[in-house]
Design a protein. Structure first.
Length: 278
């Protein structure tokens, strides 16, 4: 699939994500308003930071008049889970992807964009998450500004209810692979249960939410990898995963990904093509 078509496909996938972001950003804007931010400042914060939990902590820490060092430390801890997501996505990129595009991809990472990107069969063309970013980021930014401007005009319960949209989007990401693979479904359920329990277990509940996410991610994924290791993909596996894609170029790309995977398994260097590169 050409880069232009991959980018367009990413934009299409980013529409429901952006709509969910808009609703959640509206409620974030209410918090920003209460902390003394105006609409332009809120828009700029969302456009440059692009991290809901990190921004929420940033707004509240700003209102508490903390030092710059404390501010940086809290934001880094809150957003530390994106380090793991970045490492995972980096493994899916074609070998010829330029450092500049890898850095750009790192800037696009959110929980939802990571979900749709990691679910792509075979390798990941960086144009796909970048296309989703083009749609989602403006809606996140404008939603924050609108929340600052109009948030106080709505009942608090109505503002809180908007965040439900994002949970629905998460379900849309995790349900299809869970139905397709029973093992995935089991570990998704375990993850939900462990995340819920961690809020009430003594000693664990005192750990920041961001660090709890990192710990649970590493432990559960390690157990899953050791107990149910993924076998090296064969040509037929990739071809089957791509049969539902009408574009033959995408099938060719997937077959080349299979070649690279098999060569890595045999200790050989994969071909250094320029798919997804600049």
């Amino acid at each position: 699939m050409s880069e232009g078509r991959t980018f367009s496909k990413g934009m299409k996938a980013g529409i429901p994500i952006g709509l969910g972001y808009f609703a959640v950003a509206f409620s974030l804007g209410v918090t920003a308003h209460d902390c003394g931010f105006n609409a332009f400042q809120g828009f700029l914060s969302s456009f440059t930071t692009y991290a809901s939990a990190g921004q929420y902590m940033g707004f509240t820490m700003y209102a508490a008049n903390v030092t710059l060092l404390q501010y940086i430390a809290i934001i880094a801890i809150t957003n530390a889970r994106y380090l793991l997501m970045g490492v995972a996505l980096n493994q899916k990129l074609p070998a010829g992807t330029s450092p500049a595009k890898r850095l750009m991809l790192g800037a696009t990472i959110t929980d939802e964009i990571f979900g749709i990107s990691i679910a792509q069969p075979g390798g990941l063309n960086p144009e796909y998450p970048l296309g989703a970013l083009i749609v989602a980021m403006p809606l996140w930014s404008f939603g924050t500004a609108l929340g600052i401007t109009m948030g106080n005009l709505l009942p608090l319960r109505a503002v809180s209810a908007l965040s439900v949209c994002l949970y629905g989007m998460f379900l849309a990401v995790i349900i299809p692979p869970s139905r397709k693979d029973k093992t995935v479904g089991i570990f998704v359920a375990i993850s939900f249960a462990a995340s819920f329990a961690s809020k009430y277990i003594s000693g664990v509940r005192n750990i920041s939410e961001g660090n709890r996410v990192i710990i649970l991610t590493v432990v559960i994924s390690a157990v899953a990898a050791l107990r149910f290791p993924v076998k090296c993909l064969r040509h037929g596996d990739i071809g089957t995963a791509s049969e539902n894609d009408a574009d033959s170029d995408h099938t060719d790309d997937s077959m080349r990904d299979a070649d690279d995977i098999n060569k890595c398994a045999e200790g050989e260097e994969p071909e250094n093509d320029n798919r997804g590169g600049s």
